[in-house]
Design a protein around this ligand. Structure first.
Ligand SMILES: [Fe+2]
Ligand SMILES: [Fe+2]
Length: 198
């Protein structure tokens, strides 16, 4: 998917509570928010960036805690490592942007760079991770994963944490995240056993 519209259309093909539908919708919202920030100035730009920063920090932390423990066992390890590394790099850049003057000359080019990297990251998740979730988990498990993804987004820190990012285990040390990580791992073990039995 290369536009927010395509992502929303893909989300609409799935039940609303499905984890992939939720993630497509969030990718679309993030694309839209990336587009809004550079058109604004001053306090409006700061407010729009704060919203983007919070949405992105929560989205990526939740993916690392709920989605990645499942997909990392269903896909080659190098792929999930690469996605975690991209999320870690994005978190560092987000933390740097947060400290910058939003009207300074460096801010817009740095934001544009982050946007380009994140849009590629979304496409990789959509083409590599989403199909295995849809293909290997039952409809009920996909909805359960969606429920936990929404819960993780609520619990996730609203500011980027470069020291925790890039590591599902690192994210899981954040109190309530531990249970999400355990749940995702248990779901994965069950799924793997069911696949072996087929
Ligand atoms: Fe991600
Ligand atoms: Fe994502």
């Amino acid at each position: 998917m290369h536009t927010a519209r395509e992502e929303r259309m893909a989300a609409a093909q799935l039940p609303q509570a499905n984890v992939v539908s939720i993630l497509y919708e969030q990718h679309a919202q993030l694309r839209d928010q990336f587009a809004v920030v550079p058109d604004l100035r001053g306090e409006y730009r700061r407010a729009a960036f704060d919203m983007l920063r919070e949405m992105l920090a929560r989205h990526e932390a939740a993916e690392e805690s709920v989605l990645r423990p499942v997909t990392s066992k269903l896909l080659p390890a190098a792929l999930s490592r690469a996605r975690n590394e991209e999320e870690k790099a994005a978190t560092h850049q987000l933390a740097e942007l947060e400290r910058m003057d939003v009207d300074g000359s460096e801010f817009a080019p740095r934001l544009r760079q982050l946007e380009e990297q994140m849009l590629l990251h979304f496409v990789r998740e959509e083409t590599e991770e989403f199909p295995v979730v849809l293909g290997e988990l039952s409809a009920h498990e996909q909805e359960e994963l969606g429920r936990w993804m929404l819960r993780a987004i609520e619990l996730a820190p609203s500011h980027p944490h470069p020291t925790l990012s890039g590591s599902p285990v690192g994210q899981s040390v954040l109190g309530p995240f531990a249970s999400l990580y355990d749940w995702a791992r248990d779901l994965l073990i069950r799924t793997r056993e069911e696949l072996k039995e087929r």
